[in-house]
Write a protein that binds this ligand. Structure first.
Ligand code: URP
Ligand code: ZN
Ligand code: ZN
Length: 460
């Protein structure tokens, strides 16, 4: 099947021009002015922005967590992502302590294979680093194409590893050309503060926020960067939220190490005042928690300074009934919030339309940088001859309102109910096929493909 996208304004991380795009099968084969109109399908993109499909490198689909499962599975989650212009996601496999990485990979592949609508890849979360796990790192990188390894410095007693394990893992991952991702908050301090608040009878969602002050994130971020510098292992800090943490990274990385930073859309546009409305605040109980206005300013500035390279979601939705598990105890509220469908439009409306970032920066942080950092570029993350035809066509003028009544995520509330946005995703292509058009998904479950990724050393 051939497709011609005519007359759109093509925006990549570096370019901005009006041209036509010719797609044959899954691939972009030509870009130019006035390409011949003999394709089987012609899409008129006049007046629209034509951008690379979004890449969200931080999602949790069908994830066992805090006594329940995140409510979007691979089908509903990747379909919702497509509705919002995101064509590829990277999810986190969680090793079960005492079990192998391979068995965790099999479990996650079983959930994803044949179910995903959009393309996906995996990070491997190492929750138990030992002699056996060590032997598996090379295979994960070289055979399975899983080149990034997630670590948790928090969730004590569940997912957290200690610094001894961290250093050992870093050395092994570095040796084989991989990267360490980290949830960087001080698990012991948080554990102490959670217990303290509970003993004092402080049980509302507000105390989730007060149990994870900025210093817990700043301290752990700096410690992580120091360990990565010592071991010379490339690092990537997920969901960084605040001024203290970014400044710690800024200082530590003056040693010229390879360190990347991701924030998430919610930390740029929501703040901790949402925790003041009693249990309603559970909608935004996530870790780290939402922060202050001054942190939002730091994060926007960090993006423009190139210190923050990626805006993801940490999409981890739970139904309201699941959130109610923590009605009488904030520490039992499943952590996470839904955004996989909203990220691209929120970032466009709140970032580009409010002059906080340029169009090129928008593409960079929503797609291109993730493709580069995680070894998928230039197959993914750009519009170029030879790249996968993963394309989002956006009407920059159309206004719309976010709501649970219109979203496609499998969750019964929206963290952005009633938000009025400018700029709407109209058509999405995934590897040359129309995924979304006229507000309908045209792909079946199972179309989504697992993307093997390159080693870090091959692409940075
Ligand atoms: O609250 C969050 N972030 N839930 C998902 C797990 C994680 O820490 O990323
Ligand atoms: Zn996390
Ligand atoms: Zn996460």
């Amino acid at each position: 099947m051939s497709t011609l996208i005519k007359n759109g304004r093509i925006i990549t991380a570096t370019d901005d021009y009006i041209a036509d795009i010719l797609i044959e099968g899954e691939t972009i084969v030509a870009i130019g002015k006035n390409l011949a109109e003999n394709a089987e399908r012609v899409i008129d993109a006049t007046g629209k922005f034509v951008m690379p499909g979004g890449i969200d490198p931080h999602v949790h689909l069908d994830m066992p967590f805090m006594g329940t499962y995140s409510s979007d599975n691979y089908e509903t989650g990747t379909r919702a992502a497509l509705f919002g212009g995101t064509t590829t996601v990277i999810d986190f496999i969680l090793q079960k302590q005492g079990n192998s990485l391979q068995s965790a990979l099999e479990e996650w592949s079983g959930r994803a294979n044949g179910n995903a609508v959009g393309d996906y890849s995996f990070h491997m979360a190492v929750t138990d680093f030992n002699e056996n796990t060590k032997q598996e790192i090379k295979t994960m990188i070289e055979k399975e194409g899983i080149t990034s390894f997630k670590t948790f410095m928090a969730y004590k007693g569940a997912l957290m590893i200690d610094d001894r394990q961290m250093i050992g893992l870093m050395e092994e991952v570095k040796k084989h050309g991989g990267m360490i991702n980290v949830h960087a908050t001080n698990g012991d301090m948080i554990d102490y503060l959670v217990q303290k608040h509970k003993e004092e009878g402080k049980l509302a969602p507000l105390y989730h926020y007060l149990s994870q002050p900025e210093i817990t994130e700043a301290e752990a971020s700096e410690r992580f960067v120091d360990m990565a510098s010592y071991t010379e292992c490339p690092g990537y800090i997920v969901h960084l939220t605040c001024e203290g943490a970014l400044n710690a990274v800024r200082n530590a990385t003056r040693r010229n190490q390879k360190m990347f930073v991701e924030t998430c859309i919610q930390y740029l546009i929501l703040d901790a005042s949402l925790y003041e409305n009693n249990f309603e605040g559970a909608k935004w109980v996530m870790s780290p928690p939402l922060r202050e206005k001054k942190d939002q300013e730091t994060l926007w500035a960090g993006i423009n300074q190139g210190l923050v390279q990626v805006v993801a979601t940490d999409h981890c939705p739970f139904m309201w009934e699941q959130k109610l598990m923590g009605k009488d105890d904030f520490s039992k509220i499943p952590n996470g919030h839904p955004a996989i469908e909203n990220r691209m439009e929120l970032l466009f409306s709140e970032g580009v339309m409010k002059n906080k970032i340029t169009l090129n920066k928008y593409v960079e942080v929503s797609s291109t940088n993730a493709a580069k950092i995680f070894g998928m570029f230039p197959k993914k993350g750009t519009i170029a001859v030879g790249s996968d035809a993963d394309i989002m066509i956006l009407d920059p003028k159309e206004k719309h309102t976010l709501s649970v009544s219109t979203h496609h995520m499998n969750v019964d509330y929206s963290g952005y109910e009633g938000w009025e946005l400018t700029g709407k995703v109209k058509t999405v292509l995934l590897r040359g096929k129309i995924a979304i058009d006229d507000n309908k998904c045209q792909l079946e479950k199972g179309y989504g493909k697992f993307i093997k990724r390159n080693k870090v050393t091959q692409h940075i």
